[in-house]
Ligand binder design. Sequence first.
Ligand SMILES: Cc1cc2nc3c(=O)[nH]c(=O)nc-3n(C[C@H](O)[C@H](O)[C@H](O)COP(=O)(O)OP(=O)(O)OC[C@H]3O[C@@H](n4cnc5c(N)ncnc54)[C@H](O)[C@@H]3O)c2cc1C
Length: 381
Amino acid sequence: MTTEQPVSEFRARARAWLAENAPSFPRDDFYGDARTVQGLMQAAGFAGITWPVEYGGQGLTTTEQREWDEESQAYDVPVDVLAISLGMVTPILLDLGTEEQKQRYVTKLVRGEYIGCQLFSEPAAGSDVAGLRTRAVRDGDEWVINGQKVWTTHAHQAEVGILLARTNPDVPKHQGITMFVIDMHAPGVTVRPLKDMSGASKFNEIFFDDLRLPAGSVVGEVDQGWAAAVQMLRHERLALTARRTRTDNPASYSSLAQEVRRAGRADDPIVRRTLAQIYIGERVGELFSARIAEEIKAGGDPGPRGSVGKLAGGRHARMLADAVTTMFGSGGTVWSADDASGAALSQIIATAPVLRIAGGTDEIQRNIIGERLLGLPKEPK
Ligand SMILES: Cc1cc2nc3c(=O)[nH]c(=O)nc-3n(C[C@H](O)[C@H](O)[C@H](O)COP(=O)(O)OP(=O)(O)OC[C@H]3O[C@@H](n4cnc5c(N)ncnc54)[C@H](O)[C@@H]3O)c2cc1C
C-alpha cells in the first residue's frame, strides 16, 4: 500500500503554474527572457518568496522557497542570469540599505525590471579586494568617484551596481572602504564588455570618471564597507552553491545526464557510476546550502562555513568537466556548428574554471577554512 504525501497549497499552486506557463517561457534573448520570466514569476507570487511584501516579495518562509525550488527543478526557468541581482545585490540592500534605497531598487530588482551587478574587483585587487584603489571623495552633499573595476558580470545590461570605493586612504586598508549603490547609466560610468574563452561577453571593465553620487548612496556606514562586502560575499557563496543543482546550469548532473542519454550511453556501468557520484555530490551540496539558508533565516551566522560550500562547488565543477572529457573525449572540445550536444558539453568544460575563481578562488576559500574553521596559523602577510 502506498501513502500519498499531502501537498501544501503553495506547492500545488506552484506546480500548476509551472505546468501551465513554463513550457511557453521565451527563450530567444538571454537577458530579455530573464527579465520577462522574472516579472511573470513575481506577478504570480513566486519571486522574492522569503522577502518582505512591501518590496515586491511574498513574505513567506524557507519552506515555500524549498517547495518552489523543488517544483521548478523539472523546468527550464531562464532566470539564471539574475543570480547576482537576486542572490547578492538585493539581499545586501535588504540587509543594509536605507528605506529610500529599498523603495527605489528592491521591487524593480525582484520584478526583473532592474538587473544588478557587483563592482568589487579591480585590475590589482581581486583576491585582495581590500587593496582596491577606486576613490570616493566627499564634495558637499555628493561623493565623486574615480577609478576602474574589472570582471563585472552583466554590467553591460545592469541598471544598478553595488560599488566598493576607498573613502579614507590614511587608515589600514580594510578600514577606509565604503559601499555605495549606483545607477549604471549615470554620466561618468563607462562600461566596456570583455570576451571570455567560451566566446561570450558576460563580463566587463568599468571606468569611473568624476561620477557624482548623492550622499544617500552609501550602503551601511561610511568606512564600514569591508564588513558590508564580507556580508555580500557570504550571500554570493550561498547563491553559487545553490545554483549548481539547477537544471538550467550547464555544469550540473541534469545537463550531463541529458547528454549521456542523447549519446545512448546510459547503460554503460562506468558512465552510470560516474553519474551517480556527480548526483550524490550535487545532492549533498543542495542539502548543505539548504541547511545554511535555514540557519541564516533563523538569525544565525554560518560565518566561514559558506566557504566550504563554495569550495565544494568548484571541485564538483571540475569533476563534471573531467567526466565530460573521459566520457566524450574530443566531443566536448571540437564540434560542428549544428551539433547541439557538442556545444552543451563544451559549456560544462568552460564553466568549470569560473566556479573555481569567481566569488573568491579555491585557494582563498582554503585559506578561510584553514584559518577560521580549523584554527591553523595565519599565512604570513
Ligand atoms: C567569470 C567571472 C566572473 C566574475 N564576476 C565578478 C563580478 O561580477 N564582480 C566582481 O567584482 N568580480 C568578479 N569576478 C572577479 C573575481 O572575484 C576575481 O577574479 C577573483 O577574486 C580572483 O581575483 P584575480 O582574478 O584578480 O586573481 P588574483 O587575486 O590575482 O589571484 C591569482 C592567483 O593567485 C592566487 N592567490 C591570490 N592570493 C592568494 C593567497 N593569499 N593565498 C593563496 N593563493 C592566492 C589565487 O587563488 C589565483 O590562483 C569574476 C571573475 C570571473 C572569473
